[in-house]
Design a protein around this ligand. Structure first.
Ligand SMILES: *Cc1c(COP(=O)(O)O)cnc(C)c1O
Length: 457
């Protein structure tokens, strides 16, 4: 497995502290064995998320210094508008402070209580924003998405048959807009094919349903399309991206992902009337339409980052780095969700630790052990996050997969860092039979994974 040489060199560094195993034991106990409660300074390799954790380039920092902080009509807004037009081609857009703010405004303007919003898989903030307006989110990803061993190239695809069936059942007039997430973050960072996007667009359009793309990782998705889809090889990425967004009526995006900034997002659309209503809601929630929830310097960094995030050499490195980590982990016997996605590797803790039942949190146990042995922080995506008590049957419902996500911040860690992660994971695997599960000692009623506490069994 080859590691792609970085298409950049490093001219600013942030020292990392290597804490002793004893200190890590102490930190874990203090944190109630929940890695969200750790101090970031006590972490050596932080793979908690790729959201806003990337390194900005010299050009982005340079642009940030030229930010125009005017309240209305700032030069920085027009720089961003130029990049937006070049990349996405929508008629209108508003900046927001991050992705969930764009989702909130879209739902506030378009969604009425009791209406449905289909997608391949809603990301958790999108789902929460739909639910917060008393809407009903629906996930219609293909069945293969649930099989971690399937190497299908486009496991993020929408099941077009189920989408048709769903629209027929609830009625198009009860669907104020339809979505798709590229890449599918909640489903392993797997891409959606261009053919599938064309199909989704055709179905939504035939039923008169506005189509909004959750575009957080659109550049990685476009790269996978060119690499894996018949007839797309050798096509300029910009072309693929333009075709994708021409299929849609609008988009939401967290710029903390493929736009390579630490904060930012946008909501874009073609419809003039929707734009006007969005502006009114934006002024109430985020700010004036030429800055949204951001400073002028943030708009400048985002304008540059949008184009850097589409750079061919950067994307080959980015996707290659993630693939390298995934294939190396497989080599040392760690089961993962295959094939490696764009932004993260998902360790299959259920398969690695079959002796720990769902009720004792195998994913959390693996997460804790990666930190204990190597100062590595991932995040459990399993029973801590998703187990649900069913009041009717009096039974616990456990998710099928017990995963630990290792998300890669953009342009931050090197091959040596990833080799270190692989060696720690191999050590954890060697001692896996002795690993024990955990018991919950505190859990809030909602989104418990952020603040719950455990003790080891
Ligand atoms: C991160 C993310 C969001 C939400 O963006 P924030 O900037 O965290 O609010 C929405 N959708 C997807 C697919 C994401 O990955």
């Amino acid at each position: 497995m080859n590691y792609p040489p970085e298409p950049f060199r490093i001219k600013m560094v942030e020292p990392l502290r290597r804490v002793t195993q004893e200190d890590r034991e102490h930190a874990l106990r203090e944190a109630g064995f929940n890695v969200f409660a750790l101090r970031a300074e006590d972490v050596y390799i932080d793979l908690l998320t790729d959201s806003g954790t990337g390194a900005m380039s010299d050009r982005q920092w340079g642009a940030a210094l030229t930010g125009d902080e005017s309240y209305a009509g700032a030069r920085s807004f027009f720089h961003l508008a130029e990049a937006m037009r070049e990349v996405f081609g929508f008629r209108h857009f508003v900046p927001t402070h991050q992705g969930r703010a764009a989702e909130n405004i879209l739902c506030a303007v378009l969604l009425r209580p009791g209406q449905y919003v289909p997608s391949n898989m809603h990301f958790d903030t999108t789902q929460a924003n739909v639910l917060a307006r008393d809407g009903i989110p629906e996930n219609l990803v293909i069945a293969l998405a649930a099989d971690p061993r399937s190497r299908d190239p486009f496991k993020g695809n929408m099941d077009l048959g189920r989408l048709e069936e769903f629209i027929g059942r609830v009625g198009a007039s009860n669907i104020p807009f339809g979505m798709i997430t590229i890449t599918n973050n909640a489903g392993g960072g797997q891409p959606v094919s261009l053919e599938n996007l064309r199909g989704v667009s055709a179905i939504y359009r035939r039923h008169g349903i506005p189509f909004y793309i959750d575009a957080c990782r659109y550049a990685e998705n476009a790269f996978f399309i060119r690499e894996r889809e018949a007839g797309q090889q050798g096509r300029p990425l910009r072309d693929i991206v333009r075709e994708i967004f021409a299929l849609a009526d609008g988009a939401t995006m967290s710029a903390k992902k493929d736009a390579l900034v630490n904060i930012g997002g946008f909501l874009a659309m073609n419809d003039d009337d929707v734009f006007q209503r969005v502006c009114n809601e934006l002024i109430l929630r985020e700010g004036f339409p030429t800055y949204g929830g951001l400073a002028g310097r943030d708009l400048e960094a985002m304008a540059v980052g949008l184009l850097e995030g589409l750079d061919e050499d950067y994307l080959a490195y980015r996707v290659g780095q993630t693939r390298y980590l995934g294939e190396r982990l497989l080599e040392v016997g760690i089961p993962i969700v295959e094939p490696p996605g764009g932004h993260a590797i998902y360790l299959d803790a259920g398969a690695l630790l079959p002796h720990i039942p769902h009720a004792e949190f195998p994913g959390q146990a693996l997460c804790v052990e990666l930190y204990r042995q190597g100062g590595i922080r991932g995040v459990e995506i399993g029973s801590t996050m998703f187990a649900r008590w069913d009041a009717h049957t009096g039974e616990m419902h456990y998710p099928e997969l017990e995963l630990v996500r290792l998300a890669l911040p953009r342009r931050v860690y090197t091959q040596a860092h990833l080799d270190y992660v692989v060696s720690v994971a191999a050590r954890v695997r060697a001692g896996r039979e002795a690993l024990r599960g955990l018991r919950l000692t505190y859990a809030p009623p909602l989104l418990r994974h952020f603040t719950c506490r455990f003790e080891p069994l």
